[in-house]
Design a protein around this ligand. Structure first.
Ligand SMILES: C[S@@+](CC[C@H](N)C(=O)[O-])C[C@H]1O[C@@H](n2cnc3c(N)ncnc32)[C@H](O)[C@@H]1O
Length: 312
């Protein structure tokens, strides 16, 4: 019997804690307290830079031997399986015995184990006085390959932020139509396609738009990028993600930024805005409601900040 309950655990650098908390609020509608939480929502951890694992709970008991009895009673069966111990807190006393615990379970699950290419990974864990057994899914980290995209430029955002922006915009609902109307070389688009979001990009500079297409093609994604100005977009979207142009490469004035915000409001119900400057005044002047926000440091030194606003 499935309990439809999952245990997630997250990991982040200290300077990314607020970014992680914003993502968890957007995906799970809950506040992040510590690095472990329970949810009935099912997401692939790989859509996030911070979710490490998801354990789908099959059994929750007070003792390990009760888990063993339940596996026997229900004749739990799997082909090509492996059993892994999931350490959810540092100092977990059972982590030292993880090999014996996993072996004991492995011997009673019916079917053949496979340590090299398992089709099912069972997880066993001890957390806050209870034992949990279930199906374990880990973040596959394949998206990190996007760091080697052929075209990048100094103002490209990092892929951790890009992934979070998508989850804020789409709330994990892959049927939502998303747009990055100032997509640069396509950092957000790459993560969007990887996660399975329905997303399109626009970029005003034709060479940059071409580089975004080449980046997408490099990873076998459809190059859904139009060369053009946000003001000419006639489609409507559920949400737009805008890393506002700034700096010496973009030659953008405050007036240009305001026009971009106005147009984003015209084409989308929800806006996720990113800027290195505080543009709260401009957002409110456009009569947008700020529903969430955070200020994140770009690096450990805290020498460069980005603000994220979620607006409707
Ligand atoms: C900060 S960069 C985006 C970088 C992008 N997130 C990435 O990682 O590659 C902003 C981009 O907006 C583009 N841009 C500026 N004004 C625009 C407009 N009116 N319509 C569409 N794109 C615009 C710029 O050419 C620039 O590539």
């Amino acid at each position: 019997m499935k309990l439809n309950q999952y245990i997630y655990n997250v990991n982040y650098q200290d300077y990314e804690e607020d970014l992680c908390a914003l993502e968890i609020r957007s995906l799970f509608n809950c506040q992040l307290e510590g690095k472990v939480f329970f949810s009935s929502k099912e997401f692939d951890p790989s859509i996030s830079p911070f979710l490490k694992t998801r354990l789908e709970i099959i059994y929750k008991t007070s003792t390990f031997s009760e888990i063993i009895e339940l596996i026997k009673k229900d004749k739990v069966t799997a082909q090509d399986f492996v059993v892994k111990y999931l350490e959810l807190f540092s100092g977990d006393p059972y982590n030292k015995k993880r090999r014996e615990l996993c072996k004991e379970i492995g011997l009673i699950v019916q079917g053949f184990p496979s340590f090299t290419s398992p089709k099912t990974t069972f997880g066993i864990s001890f957390y806050k006085g209870s034992w949990y057994f279930g199906i374990l899914v880990a973040n596959n980290s394949k998206w990190k390959a996007h760091n080697t995209k052929p075209y990048s430029y100094s103002s490209s955002i990092g892929i951790n932020i890009a992934k979070v922006l998508l989850n804020i915009a789409g709330n994990g609902n892959f049927s939502k139509r998303l747009v990055d109307p100032c997509c640069g070389v396509g950092t957000v688009l790459l993560e969007g396609f990887f996660a399975g979001y329905d997303i399109k990009g626009w970029e005003i500079v034709s060479k940059v738009a071409e580089n975004a297409r080449l980046n997408l093609l490099h990873f076998n994604y459809l190059p859904k990028v139009t060369t053009g100005d946000i003001k000419d977009i006639s489609e409507s979207f559920d949400a737009s993600i805008i890393d506002l142009p700034y700096g010496i490469y973009c030659h953008t004035t405050e007036d240009d930024q305001v026009k971009i915000i106005k147009n984003a409001k015209r084409i989308s119900k929800k806006l996720v805005l990113v800027s290195s400057e505080d543009i709260t005044y401009d957002i409110l002047r456009e009569k947008l409601k700020i529903t969430d926000c955070c200020k994140i440091s770009k690096n450990k030194n805290g020498s460069f900040f980005r603000h994220i606003w979620v607006c409707e």
